[in-house]
Design a binder for this molecule. Structure first.
Ligand code: GLN
Length: 195
């Protein structure tokens, strides 16, 4: 299985450090040809409007849609989660629509610094550190979306089939359990164009 990290903008280096820590090889994805043979793609935090614009300009948007259609796995954090959402508000913008949820950008207030919370998840018994930076709020999820963690009654970690999204930044915490879950999920599924 080949893992890619979208590396056109934002905090992709932090995801690279998390995968290095797990000893999992990866490639940085900056152009459609970098997605060749990639089975699982991480979409980092950053600025989702800039990201979406650059995805369209580079041709990566089409390449990602093709990868999704052939069963690729995806994990979006913060801005990456916004890119994966079916609907984006605050303001409305284009997205990839790979997970059935509505997100509202910057909806926890206009905090400039990060907020670090310890919150429960379905992944294990102990709470997990979650770093929120100008995070979106997941306002609504479809019935096919599993909610793995919540903050103030709103989902912050979700999964639908082979697509995971978090509104916080697991790549900025030393705990690698969410990346491990993604890698296990991506590795256990099938991408039907691949052997
Ligand atoms: N506020 C950013 C956006 O709406 C996301 C912030 C982040 O990824 N840390 O695109």
């Amino acid at each position: 299985m080949k893992i890619g990290i979208l590396a056109i903008q934002g905090d992709f280096e932090a995801h690279a450090r998390a995968l290095e820590k797990l000893g999992v090889p990866f490639v940085f994805v900056r152009a459609p040809e970098d997605l060749q043979d990639v089975d699982a793609l991480i979409l980092p935090g950053g600025e989702s409007t800039t990201h979406m614009k650059m995805l369209a300009e580079t041709g990566l948007e089409d390449a990602i849609r093709k990868m999704a259609a052939s069963g690729g796995a995806f994990f979006g954090t913060c801005a990456g989660a916004i890119l994966l959402a079916r609907e984006v508000k605050g303001p409305a913008q284009q997205s990839l629509g790979l997970i059935d949820m509505t997100v509202v950008r910057n909806a926890y207030g206009r905090q400039l610094s990060s907020e670090v919370l310890m919150l429960p998840t379905k992944l294990r018994d102990e709470p997990m550190e979650m770093v929120f930076i100008r995070a979106p709020v997941i306002e609504k999820t479809g019935s096919g979306v599993e909610v793995l963690a919540e903050r103030e009654g709103k989902p912050v970690l979700v999964q639908q089939g082979r697509v995971m999204a978090s509104t916080f930044h697991p790549e900025l915490s030393s705990d690698t359990s969410i990346h491990e879950r993604f890698i296990n999920m991506a590795g256990s599924g099938t991408r039907h164009t691949k052997k």
